[in-house]
Design a protein around this ligand. Sequence first.
Ligand code: ADP
Length: 372
Amino acid sequence: MLKRLFGKPEIRKESEETIEELRAQRDELSTLVAGITDAILAIDLEGAPLFYNSQFAVLVGPDRLNQGRSKLLEMIRDPDIVHAYRFSIEEGKIFQLKAVAVSQKDRRKYYSLSVSPLKRPDRSVYGAVGIFHDVTELKLAEQMRIDFVANVSHELRTPLTAIKGYTDTLIADLGAGLPPEPTFLDIISRNVDRLMLLIRDLLDLSTMDSGIDHLIKEKISTEELSARMVAQMQSTFTEKNQSVEVAIGASFVLADLKRIEQVLVNLLDNASKYSPAGGVIHLGWESDGQGDVLLRIEDTGPGISAEHHDRLFERFYRVDKGRSRDTGGTGLGLAIVKHIMQRHGGAVWVQSEPSRGARFTCQFPNEIPTGA
Ligand code: ADP
C-alpha cells in the first residue's frame, strides 16, 4: 500500500522535496554548530552523551571521550560540573556556574557553564545540555589584579612599619629626656624616600594603564639624549666608580621625550645598581637594518639566569628580593620600561647569563614623523 502510495509521482516529488529541505536544514545546523566557539555537551538521563561539538572534544581531550561511549563522570570529574548537569536534569531548571577549572594536558583552563534541561513536548526531561564558555583570560586578569593589590599592600607596609617603629622609639627616648639617635632618623628618612619612589612608580604605571597620557613622539638626537642622561646620573656612576661608554650607530629615534628618558634612567640605574664597583656600562644605539632603532644597555654585573627572563618585566618581580630592597629598588622599574615600549609599539627584552652581565634591548619601531 505504502509502496503504491509513494509510487505516485506527485507524492514522490513531495517527499523528495521534504527530504531535500531536511538535509538543507541539517547542513545549516551543523555549519552553525561548527561556528560556535563555545564547547557544548548534551547528555541523556544516564549521563551518556547525546551530542558534543568539536570544541568540547578539545576541552576534555580526545582520550577521555573514549569514542563517545563514556559517561559524563568519566569525561569530566569536576564535582561542580557533574552537579550542574544532575541538578538541571532532576529539577528541570537551568543551572549556571561562573568559573569552573578544567585541567587539560599541560594547563588549566576556566569556563563559565550554563546547563539547561532538554524537554519533550509533554515537558518530561530526557537530558541536559551544557554550554562551556572559556573565561581563562578574564580569570587570569582577575588573579593578576588580586596579586597586584596584595603586592602593593605588602610593599607599602614594609617601609611604613619601619617608619612607625623608629618614630615611636624616638618619641619614647625624647620623652625620657634622651637625645635622638641619628641612625634612627637616617632609617626613617630612607624609608620615607622609598615610599615616595614607590608611590611615584605606582602612579606612573596607573596613568599609563588608564591611557590618559598621550605620547607625543618626536625626532630625538640619540647623541644629545645619551649625553644629557649620563650627565644627569653622573653622581650615581661616580659613587660606584663606574664609567659609561656611549656608541651611536643610529643618529635619531622617534619617541616621546619624557618616556624615553624614563626608559634610560630605569635601565641605566639598574645597570649601575646591580653591577660591582668599577664596572663599565655600555649604552648603544643601532639601526636593525629594517629601519627600527635599537637601544642597548649592557653591564658587567652578576647577570640573570634564563628562568627569570620571562617574568622579569612583571610588576614587583625580583630575582633577589633582599638585594633589590637594599639597593632601594621598587620592583617596578622594568614593568614601567615594558609599558613604555608597548605604548611606543615597540618591545624590550633581556639577554643574560649568570655572572656574564646583562644586556637589555629596546626596539623603537620605524615610523616617519610628518614633517620630519
Ligand atoms: P628593582 O627596583 O627591584 O630594580 P626592576 O623592575 O627594575 O626592579 O628590576 C626587577 C629585577 O630584575 C630586579 O630586582 C633585579 O633582580 C633584576 N635586574 C634588573 N636589572 C638587572 C641587571 N642589570 N642585572 C641584574 N639583575 C637585574
